[in-house]
Design a protein around this ligand. Structure first.
Ligand SMILES: Cc1cc2nc3c(=O)[nH]c(=O)nc-3n(C[C@H](O)[C@H](O)[C@H](O)COP(=O)(O)OP(=O)(O)OC[C@H]3O[C@@H](n4cnc5c(N)ncnc54)[C@H](O)[C@@H]3O)c2cc1C
Ligand SMILES: NC(=O)c1ccc[n+]([C@@H]2O[C@H](COP(=O)([O-])OP(=O)(O)OC[C@H]3O[C@@H](n4cnc5c(N)ncnc54)[C@H](O)[C@@H]3O)[C@@H](O)[C@H]2O)c1
Length: 479
């Protein structure tokens, strides 16, 4: 082995987890190297997953006229001449800019970016195989090593991915034609988001899932509302179904035979059946740790593996496997390994933002979770249609649901479905972080007209329900 270049920290994988750890360690004055297998930094978040899918959604909303159709009598639909390039152009521009900016930030922080595939040579040394040409190997020695190699789409063997009409979520970004009809396999977050996007573009979408409920971790009111909106948007759900057979003739439509015997004829197939941790090139045995039976890396609350100077964050450690939480974990790991108390734990409340059409977002407890935890619960709901900004943007079905502890009116959970849900949730998220509740929302003066004002309306609703329950408010007498 040639001499290894010495660093305080060697990070393997430049997705949100690895980049956040590298930047944090650099800010703490440490000498950091980050190894990335692809030519661009940013990982799945920037290059194949989060940013691409959200950009495609935005483009689809604009091109299809879905947003403008909600406004009275305005239809700006451009769908007729839509090509796949119209859809993908903005996505390519946004992700390229984001990756370039992220790389520039790493350079500015003095982080050494090494292009190549990293794996353990021994517990402190990472061997990097450089892409050819020019090829070759580089060895990096880290006092600490952090693994943030992320995940790749699961590819069930039943599906002929060699066909150019059967895709996983990475390949979807290279389709050559918009699907006339599409079977999406897996109604998880990725499948639901892409199903909505294609339905908005006018593709006939079938959404197939082995389970019987849409995104079961959501508050049931939101899950039901989302399923209703997706159905109204033209998506056909196939619950308790898996694909038993997928026939892709060279010419003509693909036939999917489902476990019930039902047959679907579709133009293209998108498989979104979960993701697998990427550890194939890692060689963890050389570092002295093993993978779990599910192929993940087990860590403690500081994101340390069983080898104390080796840490792991992000998708490679499993749930919740989000860009937001991966970055959060990266910061905690970097602070812990260098003895900083700047950030000693991940945030107590982690939000979920799901970019379906309509968008859904939540933080804290759902109503059933709050009840199961023994709280006396009162909920407050406010519909976008009751709010002037909601009327202006033409969102007739969105709503905000707040879950309070009826005893002290502290907020336990916030749930939003509708335009800008993933932004609107942050008001409730901050209230959760601050231990606030009804008083905070009533004391706050919100801009008018804004969706933020829904917090006041939902709080009033909860207070009225609570007072009614206690018999303190008489019902209005209708004459
Ligand atoms: C379609 C889709 C949509 C998503 N939408 C959202 C969303 O809206 N919000 C959200 O929060 N999350 C979203 N996610 C999830 C999010 O993208 C991931 O949770 C996040 O990117 C994980 O970050 P990471 O740092 O763990 O790994 P990744 O982002 O996967 O990055 C890992 C990096 O490591 C590199 N690598 C792997 N092995 C090696 C090696 N041996 N040597 C060198 N480099 C290596 C890879 O090339 C990659 O660049 C989405 C994911 C997908 C697929
Ligand atoms: N907005 C966001 O936060 C966001 C967006 C996209 C992805 N992500 C992350 O990406 C990860 C992966 O998402 P995903 O949607 O691929 O996985 P997932 O595990 O969330 O969902 C997979 C779905 O596919 C179904 N399924 C699996 N195999 C099947 C089969 N053979 N036939 C029918 N149904 C089948 C499962 O029942 C499940 O509902 C998640 O961890 C998620 O957190 C997050």
């Amino acid at each position: 082995m040639p001499d290894a270049l010495p660093f305080d920290l060697v990070v393997i994988g430049a997705g949100p987890g690895g980049v956040a750890a590298a930047e944090t360690a650099a800010l703490l004055g440490r000498k950091v190297a980050i190894v990335e297998a692809t030519p661009l930094v940013g990982g799945a978040a920037v290059n194949t997953g989060t940013i691409p899918s959200k950009t495609l959604r935005e483009t689809a909303l604009a091109l299809s006229g879905v947003r403008s159709r909600a406004l009275h009598g305005v239809d700006l639909s451009l769908r007729r001449g839509l090509t796949v390039n119209d859809l993908l152009r903005h996505e390519r521009a946004v992700k390229a800019t984001e990756a370039t900016q992220m790389r520039a930030r790493l350079d500015a922080y003095g982080v050494t970016v090494v292009h190549g595939t990293g794996g353990f040579h021994d517990a402190h040394t990472v061997r990097v195989v450089r892409p050819t040409p020019p090829g070759g190997e580089v060895y990096l020695r880290g006092e600490k090593v952090l693994v943030a190699t992320g995940s790749t789409p699961a590819r069930p063997t039943l599906f002929p991915f060699q066909s150019n009409r059967v895709h996983d979520s990475d390949e979807l970004l290279y389709i050559s034609a918009l699907p006339r009809s599409l079977a999406v396999i897996g109604a998880g977050v990725i499948g639901s988001e892409y199903a909505c996007m294609f339905a908005a573009l006018g593709t006939r979408v079938h959404l197939v899932d082995g389970r019987d409920k849409l995104l079961p971790f959501l508050d049931p009111d939101l899950s039901a509302a989302l399923q209703g909106a997706m159905t109204a948007g033209g998506i056909r759900f196939w619950w308790n179904e898996k694909v038993a057979k997928c026939d892709t003739p060279r010419i003509g439509e693909t036939t999917l035979t489902l476990t019930s015997g039902a047959e679907l004829q579709v133009d293209q197939v998108l498989v979104c059946a979960g993701r697998s941790a990427r550890t194939v090139e890692l060689n963890p045995a050389a570092a002295g740790f093993e993978l779990t039976p599910k192929g993940l890396i087990a860590v403690d609350e500081h994101f340390r593996t069983t080898v104390p100077h080796v840490y792991a964050v992000g998708d490679v450690i499993g749930f919740p496997a989000l860009a937001s939480t991966s970055a959060e974990q990266g910061r905690v790991a970097a602070c812990h390994m260098f003895g900083s108390d700047e950030k000693d734990a991940v945030a107590k409340f982690l939000p979920a933002g799901i970019y379906t059409i309509p968008e859904v977002s939540a933080a804290g407890l759902t109503e059933p979770e709050a009840l199961a935890a023994g709280h006396a619960v009162v909920v407050g709901r406010a519909d976008y249609a009751q709010n002037p900004r909601g009327k202006i943007i033409g969102d007739k079905s969105g709503f905000l649901k707040l879950v309070f502890d009826a005893a002290d009116m502290k907020l336990l959970g916030v749930h939003v479905i509708g335009e800008q849900a993933s932004e609107l949730v942050h008001i409730g998220l901050l209230a959760l972080m601050a231990g606030g509740g009804a008083k905070l929302f009533l004391d706050t003066c919100f801009n008018y007209p804004t969706l933020g004002d829904l917090y006041k309306l939902a709080t009033h609703d909860a207070l009225i329900r609570r007072a009614r329950h206690a018999g303190r408010i008489p019902r209005a007498v209708v004459s």
